[in-house]
Design a protein around this ligand. Structure first.
Ligand code: ADP
Ligand code: MG
Length: 521
C-alpha cells in the first residue's frame, strides 16, 4: 500500500465506520510509529479520535483533545521570551560589541556620515539582536534630539537580489517622504486658511506672501504625485536605483542601512548592490548613507570587488562564540521570565549551556534546547523540567535538523543517499563509491531520473559528508591504491522515511533487486 492511499483512508475514516477501518488505521499507526511522518504525535492523536469515534464515542467525546494537556500545571510563565523572534533588552556579554557600534554610529547623531561597519561572527552569537538593539536606541535618541537620522534593516536571506533590496529601500523611503509631505501639507493648508482671514499671521513664518505659501503647497503636491511605489518586479534595475536615490535624497538626513545576512546576498546576486550603495555618498546632495553589513561568514569578502571590500570594511566588529558560562548567564536571564518560579531543576541551564557551547557557542541553540526541554516536560505532564528533558530535547533538535537537511536535498543527492541506506540496511560493510554508484544507477533507471557520471556521484557523496549526513573516509589499500569508505551518520529509519516521502523516490516499489545490483558490474 502506498502512502497516498493511506492519506486517503485518514480523510475517509470517520464516514466509513462499519467496514473495519480499524485494520487500516492500525497499519497507519505502524507507519507513523516508524517515523515516516514529520509529526507523529499529531497522527497518534488523530488516530485515537478515530478509534473512539467508532466504538464508545459518547463517554469519551466530552473529553476533548486538549483536556489532558490542559490539566498539567503550566511550566511556562511566558514562553514567547524563548522564541527567536523575541528581542531582549539586555544582552549580557555583548557590551563591548554594542559600545563599539554605538561609538561609530554616534557620528550620525552629529549629522555626519558614520564609517561603514562590517560585523561578523558565527550564527547565534547575538549579531542580529545587538544590531536591532543599537538601531532602536539610535532612532530613539535621534527623535529625542530631533536630528534626522534613520535606520533601515533588511534581512538579505529573504531579500536576496539587488532589485529587491533597492525596491524595498526605495519604497520605505518613499513612504516616509509621503508621510512627511502629508504632515507638512496639513500644516500649510491650515496656515493658508488662517492667512486668508488675516494675512498678518504670515509675518511669523518664512512666507513673504500668500502667493509664496500657495506656491509651496503646489510644489509639495507635485512632489507627492511624483513619488511612485516601485513594483516588486518588472522595472529595469537602474530605474529602481534612481527611485531609491531620489527618495533618500529628498531631504537632509543620515541613513544607516543594515544588511543582515549580507553573505547570502553576495552569494546569490554578487556585489553590485554593495557597489552601488557604497558609491552613493559622492552623488547625494542632501543626505548621507552608511552601511552596516552583518555576516556569518567572513570569507564572503573574498568575492567582493576590492573597492567594495575596503569601503564596507572601514570598521570591523567581531562577535566571538559564547562559552558555556556566558551561555548560562544568557539562559538564566531569559529563564527567569519564561518559566514558573521553580520549574527548572538546577542542572537544566548548565546542561543546555554545555550542549550549545559544543555547538560553536550558539545562543540560539541554547534557547531552543531550553524551550524544547520545557515543552517535553509539559508533554510529560510534570511540573519540573529535568536534565533528561534536556537530553531528549538535544536528540529531537538534532533529528529535526537532519530531517530538514535531507528533505531539502536535490533529487540526485536523495537517490545517492538512498543507495547508501539500501547498502547499509542489507548489511554491507565498508561501502565504497563503486557500490553506491551501481545501486544509484539502478534506482535512477527505475524512477526515470538522469544518471550522472560516477565522478559527479563522488562529488555528491562529498557534499553529503560535508552536511554531516554520511561519513566518507579515505582508506589506503596499500599497493591497491586508495578508496573511500562510506557510512551513514544519521538514523537509518528516519532518514529513509524522509526520502520515501519525496513523491519521486516514493515510487520505488521493491528495493531488493537493486541490492543485488551491487554484485553486477
Ligand atoms: P546571530 O544573528 O548572531 O545569528 P541572534 O542575534 O539572532 O544571533 O541571536 C540568537 C538568539 O540568541 C536570539 O534569540 C537572541 O535573542 C539570543 N541572544 C544572543 N545573544 C544574546 C545575549 N548576549 N543575551 C541575550 N540573548 C542573546
Ligand atoms: Mg542573525
Amino acid at each position: 500500500m502506498t502512502d497516498e492511499s493511506n492519506d486517503h483512508d485518514t480523510d475517509d475514516g470517520p464516514t466509513s465506520g462499519e467496514s473495519g477501518p480499524l485494520d487500516d488505521s492500525s497499519s497507519l499507526l505502524d507507519r507513523s510509529g516508524a517515523g515516516r511522518s514529520g509529526t507523529p504525535d499529531l497522527d497518534d492523536i488523530v488516530l485515537d479520535n478515530l478509534d473512539t469515534g467508532d466504538e464508545d464515542a459518547s463517554d469519551e467525546a466530552s473529553r476533548g483533545l486538549f483536556d489532558d494537556l490542559l490539566e498539567g500545571e503550566p511550566i511556562f510563565e511566558n514562553k514567547e521570551v524563548l522564541r527567536p523572534s523575541y528581542t531582549p533588552h539586555k544582552l549580557p556579554h555583548r557590551e563591548e560589541q554594542i559600545n563599539n557600534m554605538a561609538t561609530i554610529l554616534v557620528t550620525a547623531l552629529r549629522g555626519d556620515t558614520p564609517s561603514n561597519i562590517l560585523i561578523y561572527g558565527k550564527t547565534g552569537t547575538g549579531k542580529t539582536a545587538s544590531a536591532k538593539f543599537v538601531s532602536e536606541e539610535l532612532e530613539t535618541t535621534s527623535q529625542k534630539y530631533e536630528v534626522p537620522c534613520e535606520v533601515e534593516y533588511i534581512n538579505c536571506e529573504v531579500t536576496d537580489t539587488q532589485y529587491r533590496v533597492l525596491a524595498q529601500l526605495a519604497n520605505k523611503f518613499i513612504n516616509k517622504n509621503l508621510g512627511v509631505i502629508e504632515d507638512r501639507l496639513a500644516d500649510l493648508s491650515d496656515l493658508r486658511s488662517r492667512a486668508r482671514d488675516d494675512a498678518s499671521v504670515l509675518a511669523e513664518t518664512s512666507f513673504a506672501s500668500l502667493d509664496a505659501l500657495e506656491a509651496e503647497i503646489d510644489a509639495l503636491e507635485a512632489d507627492r504625485d511624483e513619488f511612485e511605489e516601485v513594483p516588486m518586479t518588472g522595472w529595469p534595475t537602474d530605474r529602481v536605483y534612481s527611485s531609491f536615490f531620489d527618495a533618500v535624497d529628498y531631504h537632509e538626513r543620515v541613513v544607516v542601512i543594515m544588511l543582515d545576512e549580507i553573505d547570502k546576498l553576495v552569494e546569490k546576486s554578487g556585489d553590485d548592490t554593495l557597489y552601488n550603495l557604497s558609491r552613493m555618498n559622492s552623488e547625494l546632495e542632501n543626505s548621507r548613507v552608511s552601511i552596516m553589513g552583518i555576516s556569518n561568514d567572513l570569507k564572503f569578502t573574498d568575492f567582493l570587488d576590492p573597492r567594495v571590500k575596503s569601503s564596507l570594511g572601514e570598521e570591523e566588529i567581531v562577535f566571538p562564540p559564547y562559552d558555556a558560562n556566558q551561555l548560562r548567564d544568557i539562559l538564566q536571564a531569559r529563564a527567569d521570565v519564561a518559566f514558573k518560579g521553580d520549574a527548572l531543576s538546577d542542572d537544566v541551564i548548565p546542561l543546555c549551556a554545555a550542549f550549545a557551547a559544543q555547538e560553536h557557542g550558539d545562543a540560539r541553540r541554547a534557547l531552543d534546547l531550553l524551550r524544547t526541554a520545557g515543552e517535553l516536560a509539559e508533554r510529560d505532564q510534570t511540573d519540573d523540567v529535568e536534565e533528561d528533558h534536556v537530553r531528549q530535547a538535544q536528540e529531537k533538535i538534532e533529528l529535526d535538523r537532519v530531517v530538514e537537511v535531507v528533505r531539502t536535498l536535490p533529487t540526485q543527492s536523495k537517490i545517492v543517499l538512498f543507495a547508501i541506506i539500501l547498502l547499509e540496511k542489507n548489511g554491507v560493510r565498508n561501502i565504497n563509491t563503486g557500490e553506491v554508484f551501481n545501486i544509484y544507477k539502478n534506482l535512477c533507471e527505475e524512477i526515470d531520473a538522469d544518471v550522472l557520471t560516477q565522478r559527479r556521484v563522488t562529488d555528491l557523496i562529498s557534499e553529503l559528508d560535508m552536511l554531516g549526513i554520511v561519513n566518507a573516509v579515505v582508506v589506503s589499500k596499500g599497493r591497491y591504491g586508495r578508496t573511500k569508505e562510506i557510512s551513514l551518520s544519521v538514523p537509518t529509519d528516519e532518514t529513509e522515511a524522509v526520502l520515501l516521502s519525496d513523491s519521486r523516490l516514493g515510487d520505488i516499489e521493491d528495493v531488493q533487486p537493486f541490492v543485488q545490483a551491487r554484485f553486477d558490474n
